[in-house]
Ligand binder design. Structure first.
Ligand SMILES: [Fe+2]
Length: 188
């Protein structure tokens, strides 16, 4: 499956504008990536599940693949906020990321498998060993920073799932947060 891209940010809500202000305050402190991700996660948590966070358009899915709505891209490129909308069964490739990332489940439930890249014997390609399976429930927040951020995410519930993702990069310019897609032997 290809990685979805989206156009410039769409119209915002008052609650999303507050979230943008709170994330900006955290990012402007200039702390190391892991600490920045922690502070951004604290800002995101209280907004998850709020009915006035997203517009109807920002909650729309795509029957062909999970859909990315860019909600905000900071002018100086220091952070972006996107909503990912997953219909039942939709999933990502195995990938890692260009920057620190904070995710929070706004609606539904997401499943995640995390991997580590392991060298193989001489001449053979490296392979991906599964290290952890996680179910992220509505309201759960996760933060991480490269390296060691290889994973696959999917919607394993019977309804639509929506998650908010905040990245330390300009996703409107880059198109997506994916640094690399891993097409290697992997634990299923
Ligand atoms: Fe990811």
């Amino acid at each position: 499956m290809s990685t979805p891209t989206a156009a410039r940010p769409t119209a915002t809500t008052t609650r999303l504008a507050h979230l943008v202000d709170e994330v900006r305050q955290a990012v402007e402190r200039g702390l190391p990536p892991d600490l920045t991700a922690h502070l951004v996660g604290e800002a995101l948590g209280p907004h998850l599940g709020a009915a006035d966070l997203l517009t109807e358009e920002q909650r729309a899915g795509d029957p062909d693949q999970y859909r990315q709505h860019i909600l905000h891209a900071e002018r100086d490129g220091s952070f972006s906020i996107v909503a990912l909308v997953w219909l039942p069964g939709q999933r990502t490739s195995i990938h890692d990321h260009v920057s620190w990332c904070v995710t929070g489940v706004h609606e539904g439930r997401e499943s995640e498998r995390r991997y580590r890249l392991v060298p193989s014997a001489a001449g053979a390609p490296p392979r991906l060993v599964a290290t952890e399976d996680v179910v992220n429930e509505q309201g759960d927040v996760c933060g991480f920073a490269p390296p060691g951020d290889i994973h696959r995410v999917w919607n394993a519930c019977g309804d639509k799932a929506i998650s908010l993702h905040i990245y330390g990069a300009d996703i409107a310019r880059l198109g997506s947060s994916v640094r690399r897609v891993y097409d290697l032997p992997a634990d299923r």
